[in-house]
Design a binder for this molecule. Structure first.
Ligand code: NZQ
Ligand code: ZN
Length: 385
């Protein structure tokens, strides 16, 4: 286990009815900009709960944040925030709305071209408006981290930035808000949160026992509860366990002192930007293919994962590792998320497109060993056809 620094300052308010706590969490004299997406929060009662809790505070709204939020839309929100001199941003939605709000918060305090924030992966951020969140989709962990993923639609660039300035001040996690999710988004969220754990776990052994066992606990929970969210959608205990798992999967804790892979995410981002696949769908495609391609380097952790999480009883190490990959693929498919490019109508023509974008973005040394080049990515995508 390597040296590490661990910091997380987001206050979490978890459980049913917690949206009312906005009354205490948002400064009483704040002028609030409520940022949201396509309107699900107006149908499921979340918007009404939010505005009731804000009480007499001054608030405005900015609607229309897309899934895989567009830079072009966010800069319009920045103009509104500046013109109206808002001093608190409240994201109400899933990862896309939260990520967009983080970008708006940083861009509102940034002099010059806002794209610099993304071009420098967050290095150019020197301040931000405070961000609070009401989460409505368990998946990304954005509610408790310093990452934001933004897409410039005009050029098909999906990129991320990191900054402690945009880490949410607080996040309200009411599992009941997730009951109105469409099945596809429930499934995407299960896959995304599971892959977040796996990106930080299926690498190589570093004797980081605490992180490994946290990871195994989260994986066991997601595997147990994920299918129940589909078969028993109104079960709030299931929703609660999935929501907390997703937040814990990407709040920095699992990453402490251990290597991370993230190749599924970075190659997957290009597939979303080029062809519009959902984030979770790209991960279900990429992860089994990357594990197959990097089988020897990942074998020890695949065996540990197969034995401890899937309880595979075989003795042959290769067999255990292969079965761990197949069980993971079968789980994604069981959740209804297809694991092959062909299932989304894509063929080998995407390979050179993805390779060109990886090169353009300088994502040329991926994986926990930094040894996945764009030509390796091409071979991995062939395995995923
Ligand atoms: O726009 P609305 O109307 O809100 O509808 C959304 C959207 O259509 C809908 N939805 C959300 N909550 C709902 C609901 N519908 C009914 N009831 C509810 N309670 O779900 C759709 C998808 O929402 P979105 O926010 O896009 O999904 P998700 O939370 O999966 O976020 C995906 C985005 O997060 C990024 C992804 O790349 C993608 O852009 N990620 C962010 C990360 C981070 N910040 O740390 C890490 C992740 O790896 C990921 O990359
Ligand atoms: Zn993800």
């Amino acid at each position: 286990m390597d040296n590490f620094e661990f910091f997380n300052s987001t206050r979490i308010l978890f459980g049913q009815g917690q949206i009312a706590a906005l009354a205490q969490q948002v400064p009483a004299d704040a002028k609030v900009l409520i940022v949201y997406g396509g309107g699900s929060i107006k149908k499921n009662g979340v918007f009404d709960q939010v505005t009731a809790a804000l009480g007499n505070r001054q608030w405005l709204e900015f609607a229309g944040i897309e899934a895989n939020p567009h830079y072009e839309t966010c800069v319009e929100a920045v103009k509104l925030a500046r013109r109206e001199q808002v001093d608190f941003l409240l994201a109400v939605g899933g990862g896309s709305v939260i990520d967009a709000t983080k970008f708006i918060a940083a861009a509102a305090s940034h002099e010059g071209d806002p794209w610099e924030i993304i071009a420098t992966f967050g290095g150019a951020v020197t301040g931000a408006l405070p961000v609070g969140c009401v989460l409505t989709l368990a998946a990304t962990g954005s509610e408790m981290n310093q990452t934001s993923v933004i897409t410039r639609a005009s050029s098909h660039d999906k990129l991320f930035f990191n900054s402690d300035f945009v880490r949410p001040v607080f996040s309200i996690l009411d599992p009941a808000t997730t009951c109105s999710l469409p099945v596809r988004q429930v499934a995407n969220g299960v896959v995304d949160s599971m892959v977040h754990v796996l990106e930080q776990y299926v690498t190589y052994p570093t004797n980081a026992k605490v992180q490994d066992r946290f990871a195994e606990g989260l994986l066991a929970t997601i595997i147990e509860e994920g299918p129940k969210a589909l078969s028993d959608p109104d079960n709030l205990e299931v929703r609660a366990n999935l929501m907390w798992s997703a937040t814990m999967a990407l709040n920095g804790l699992l990453a402490t002192g251990v290597p991370g892979d993230w190749a599924s995410h970075l190659i997957g981002q290009e597939l979303t930007a080029l062809h519009g696949l959902d984030h979770g769908q790209t991960l279900a495609i990429m992860m089994p293919a990357i594990w197959t391609y990097k089988f020897e380097q990942k074998k020890e952790k695949l065996v540990q994962y197969g034995q401890r999480v899937w309880h595979i009883q075989e003795t042959d190490q290769d067999l255990i590792a292969r079965q761990a990959i197949e069980k993971t693929r079968a789980f994604f498919e069981q959740m209804g998320v297809a694991t092959r490019l062909s299932a989304y109508g894509l063929d080998a023509a995407v390979i050179p497109q993805v390779v060109a974008k990886l090169e353009e973005h300088q994502f040329v040394a991926l994986g926990e060993h930094g040894d996945i080049t764009p030509s390796d990515a091409a071979k991995i995508l062939e395995l995923a056809l």
